[in-house]
Each structure stands twice: as C-alpha cells, then as structure tokens.
Write a protein of this length. Structure first.
Length: 96
C-alpha cells in the first residue's frame, strides 16, 4: 500500500517541476526582451556593458535549461509531451 501512495506523489512532483521549468524559460525570454529594449535605448557605456552581461547570463541559463530538459528527455520517467514542450521552448533563441 505504501508504494501506491508514493507513485501519485512522484507524478505530481515531476509535473510540478516541469511546469516550473517551463515558467522559468518563459521568464528568461521575457526578461531578455526587456533587456534588449533597454540596450537599444541605453547611451551610458557602463550600464550598456552591465545590460549585455545580464543578457549573456540569461542566454547561459536558457542553454542550461535546454541541456537539463534534453537529459531528462533521454532518461524518460516523466510526461513525454511536457518534456518535448520544455525542450522546444528552451531551444528557441532569445531576442536578438
């Protein structure tokens, strides 16, 4: 009986984690759009360098999430459709 109680919790946890990672990818995408707009308007060289560094950090995080999603997809064990969606949205390039 204990095993049957653990299985539904594991599914909810992985579903919750997948949803959280999808939300994070979307947040990275939105923040990169904001940074791109700020870079286009910025005239201060010091601030411009910081904005570009922040944008590079977001790109690195997107690549990290993409690698995580692909690794999870190879191992299986979670909803394949949700994983495919996570891989797809994390593979999209950020705003240029």
């Amino acid at each position: 009986m204990a095993a049957s109680q653990c299985a539904p919790q594991a599914v909810r946890t992985s579903d919750s984690l997948l949803a959280s990672l999808c939300r994070e990818v979307e947040a990275v995408r939105q923040r990169s759009q904001q940074l791109r707009a700020a870079i286009d308007r910025c005239q201060h060289q010091g601030l411009l360098a910081r904005l570009r560094a922040d944008l590079a950090g977001l790109q690195a995080r997107r690549l990290e999430l993409q690698a995580l999603a692909r690794g999870w997809q190879r191992r299986g064990g979670a909803d394949p459709l949700a994983l495919a969606f996570l891989v797809e949205i994390s593979s999209r390039p950020l705003a240029v």
